[in-house]
Design a protein around this ligand. Structure first.
Ligand SMILES: Nc1ncnc2c1ncn2[C@@H]1O[C@H](COP(=O)(O)OP(=O)(O)O)[C@@H](O)[C@H]1O
Ligand SMILES: [Mg+2]
Length: 491
């Protein structure tokens, strides 16, 4: 349902206080004006700069006094019609007790003469006195149909806009942009290339997301072949995602939680998954959602989740969630991170969009327990230090990539992670020294953080799925060198 449809329903049902959350006021105003024309409702708008404007009439009163603006709505009332007053950015004035009181009275009185107050604002900040009197509507980001409409409005020559499958990829690229941003992206592409191309739109979207600060679009070529091992995890995610694109909404894959000591390939796995299944990877930086003003963090979180929904089908990566949500159980930030966490968990449970979430964590003890509940994810995977076979696969990747001579002695890599194999190869190539010598500069995490690696294994045992073989991870299976107990280094 579009904003117009929903607004129309509420107005007909005589809801007299409506709060429309929108970042594109001009566009929302156009939609409201259309609705009013269609239904023959009277419309007036007010903002601090232009004062009151009544559509189709020359009345310009009330100046920039917000209190007078609220009262002016009654002068719009007709004996048998409906009148709507749109107050733009009125959240700015709700610190005043008089204004809150006047609004409350108006919303109640409006039921009698069918006068309706619509507050248009980029945020939802209702004072408690008004909470029960207003219904909040969201002005959604444009859907594909609307984006196509915008594109056609800009690329008016036939050759300027692609058709068929290529048009679909242009719309994929534009998903998640606001109307204005989409318009800019299409225009820029036209100016630069003479036609609307998906690449130009992607480029602009990458920049737009970066500017917003909390979402980043990962662009890279790597796929699963750049990761050694992890076969169970790879096939699980690939299968469930491909199944999802065919299946019904109720069977959609939700996501996975990946646990491991640092350097076992969690972040890299997530980035390669996108290319493997042909979906964009969005990296959500939870730390940057934290705002300094009350309410800002939740607002930003909701905004970011909306962009994610609009970009579906996509993959969302939340890296090192234990750091992001570390404050959740503590105090000191007046509950901001708890509320943000709540907003996020709610979305994780309820979102209808086809967004596959990959969360990674190096330490479960800092993770709020609600998070790990298995029903939130399709699977919680433990990535142990790679076993012999996996390590050989990883060596192969990096010996090739760094063009290292294979005819030499290999270092003792018994407790190495993939990151350590990579570091050894990189150093060997960089310093032009044998692998054995390069290995002296590699300090395995299994040594530096032996206890936490052991703790993680113990926790994961019986609780998590194994990333390298089908089934549940069991730390106690001995005889496998990778699972032998790690002794903290004595030297
Ligand atoms: N199984 C693996 N195969 C290939 N490279 C790996 C593997 N595991 C880790 N690496 C490499 O090590 C580096 C660190 O991995 P990363 O994904 O950041 O680890 P994590 O997120 O688990 O801490 C990356 O450059 C990654 O490519
Ligand atoms: Mg990582």
């Amino acid at each position: 349902m579009t904003l117009t449809d929903r607004l129309g329903e509420y107005v007909r049902a005589c809801f007299t206080g409506l709060w429309v959350e929108s970042h594109e006021h001009q566009d929302a105003l156009v939609a409201i004006a259309q609705l009013c024309r269609q239904e023959e409702w009277r419309l007036a708008t007010w903002d601090i700069e232009q004062g009151l404007k009544v559509t189709g009439a020359e009345i310009e009163a009330a100046g920039n006094d917000p209190l007078a603006a609220i009262r002016a709505v009654n002068s719009l009332a007709t004996p048998d019609g409906t009148a709507i007053l749109v107050l733009q950015n009125f959240h700015r004035f709700l610190q005043s007790a008089e204004i809150v009181q006047a609004l409350a009275q108006q919303v109640v009185a409006g039921k009698l003469n069918r006068t309706i107050v619509v507050i248009l604002s980029p945020v939802v900040q209702l004072p408690v006195e008004l909470e029960k009197l207003f219904v909040v509507l969201e002005h959604d980001l444009p859907d594909r149909k609307q984006l196509a409409h915008i594109a056609r409005g800009i690329a008016t020559e036939e050759s300027e806009l692609p058709e068929g499958q290529e048009l679909e990829t242009v719309l994929d690229a534009a998903a998640g942009l606001t109307r204005m941003e989409a318009e800019n992206a299409f225009s820029l592409s036209l100016v630069r290339h003479g036609r609307v191309t998906p690449d130009a739109v992607w480029e602009l979207k990458t920049q737009t997301l970066k500017k917003s600060g909390s979402l980043e679009l990962h662009r890279g070529q790597a796929n699963f072949s750049s990761l050694g091992g992890l076969s169970a995890l790879k096939s699980f995610c690939k299968r469930s995602l491909l199944q999802t694109s065919r299946g019904k909404r109720s069977q959609r894959a939700r996501g996975v939680l990946l646990l491991s000591p640092p350097g076992c390939g969690k972040s890299e796995f997530c980035k390669t998954l996108g290319n493997e299944v042909g979906r964009p990877v969005l990296i959500l930086d939870i730390g940057s959602l934290m705002g300094s003003l009350v309410g800002q963090s939740e607002e930003r979180t909701r905004q970011a989740l909306k962009v994610i929904d609009a970009m579906a089908p996509c993959i969302v990566m939340l890296d090192e969630v234990e750091k992001a949500f570390a404050g959740v159980n503590g105090s000191g930030d007046s509950g901001v991170s708890s509320r943000m966490f709540g907003t996020f968990l709610g979305w994780l449970n309820d979102h209808e969009s086809d967004a596959f979430v990959v969360c990674t964590a190096n330490d479960v003890s800092k993770l709020p327990p609600e998070f790990g509940r298995s029903e939130r994810f399709d699977g919680i995977f433990f990535l142990d230090l790679p076993n012999r076979e996996e390590k050989d696969a990883i060596w192969n990747i990096y010996l090739d990539r760094f063009e290292i001579n294979r005819d030499q002695r290999m270092p003792d890599d018994a407790i190495w992670t993939g990151a350590e194999v990579k570091a050894c190869c990189r150093l060997s190539a960089l310093l032009d020294v044998p692998l054995l010598q390069a290995a002296q500069n590699v300090v395995p995490v299994a040594v530096t953080a032996a206890e936490s690696v052991e703790r993680l294994r113990t926790w994961a045992s019986g609780r998590c799925l194994s990333a390298n073989h089908a089934g549940v991870y069991q730390a106690s299976i001995e005889g496998n060198p990778k699972r032998r107990k790690i002794e903290p280094s004595t030297n």
